[in-house]
Design a protein around this ligand. Structure first.
Ligand code: CO8
Length: 258
């Protein structure tokens, strides 16, 4: 089924998902979040897809949840529909890697959406912020939790309490983004990173993602044990034999996800 608020292109094992509501700086409304959840579910199930890249426009990754759509909501509306809960859980459950390629504004829900991805590559034009406080609310899809884990309490607290934006250089320095690239090169860099990921064994890729995400959920000793067991389990795969033989034989590994 065609999408109206996003554009999805699958090219050479990478699903590129572009948020596409230019009239509202890609503000996240119900339709967009529904379509995004559906596109990510489909990409996760599609055997051809090995990595997902999520991006917006040059001006905005996403300027937050759609304020026009939200403004008249009541508590009952928000609570009974579990406002944005089901869609964000789908994104969080995706087992394939998702790279956020962020240019321009990533504010409120837009910053939170970028942080739901596995890592963020930022253009030098990127601006991150959690300005919900200016609207009389707070972050609602992960901002208080993920930003705090990524940049620490002090900076997260300042961003949430004052609503100030962080530029790309500060975002890299504080650990919010993996790296900053010139805006013109953003998509080339994000696609090159995705391409690199597609060449690995999917079994190792998904294991690495699972183990890293587990570090947010558990104690160090449980996390270390989980990592070690996944590492042990990968010795049951043909890809481990292929990867190590290829190294010893000084050739490129040909992984088959087996
Ligand atoms: N929602 C709806 N429309 C928006 C949004 C938004 N978040 N952001 C921008 N737009 C619209 C504007 O209304 C404008 O539309 P129009 O031309 O029809 O008036 C158009 O996009 C262009 O925007 P501007 O003219 O404002 O562009 P500027 O370049 O002057 O400013 C800014 C850009 C600074 C990004 C400015 O638009 C802005 O401050 N936007 C709002 C940012 C914001 O407050 N974001 C947080 C929203 S709340 C949120 O995200 C909560 C997330 C948690 C949800 C939890 C659910 C469970």
């Amino acid at each position: 089924m065609a999408f109206k608020t996003i554009i999805v292109e699958i090219d050479d094992h990478v699903a590129l998902i572009k948020l596409n509501r230019p009239e509202a700086l890609n503000a996240l409304n119900q339709a967009l979040l529904d379509e995004l959840a559906r596109a990510i579910t489909e990409a996760d199930r599609n055997e051809k897809v090995r990595c997902i890249v999520l991006t917006g426009s040059e001006k905005a990754f996403a300027a937050g949840a759609d304020i026009k759509e939200m403004a008249e909501k009541t508590f009952v509306d928000a609570f009974s529909s579990d406002f944005f809960g089901p869609q964000t859980e789908v994104i969080e459950r995706c087992r394939k890697p998702i790279i956020a390629a962020v240019a321009g504004y990533a504010l409120g829900g837009g910053c939170e959406l970028a942080m739901m991805c596995d890592f963020i590559i930022a253009a030098d034009t990127a601006k991150f912020g959690q300005p919900e406080i200016n609207l009389g609310v707070i972050a609602g899809i992960g901002g208080t939790q993920r930003l705090t884990r990524l940049v620490g309490k002090s900076k997260s607290m300042e961003m949430h309490l004052t609503g100030r934006f962080m530029d790309a250089e500060e975002a890299e320095r504080s650990g919010l983004v993996s790296r900053v690239v010139p805006a013109k090169k953003l998509m080339d860099e994000a696609m090159a990173a995705a391409q690199k990921i597609t060449e690995k064994s999917m079994l190792a890729t998904m294991s690495a993602k699972e183990a890293i995400n587990r570090s947010y959920e558990t104690t160090l000793s449980e996390g270390l044990l989980h990592e070690r067991r996944l590492f042990h389990a990968l010795f049951a795969t043909e890809d481990q034999k292929e990867g190590m033989s290829a190294f010893l034989e000084k050739r490129e590994a040909q992984f088959r996800d087996k």
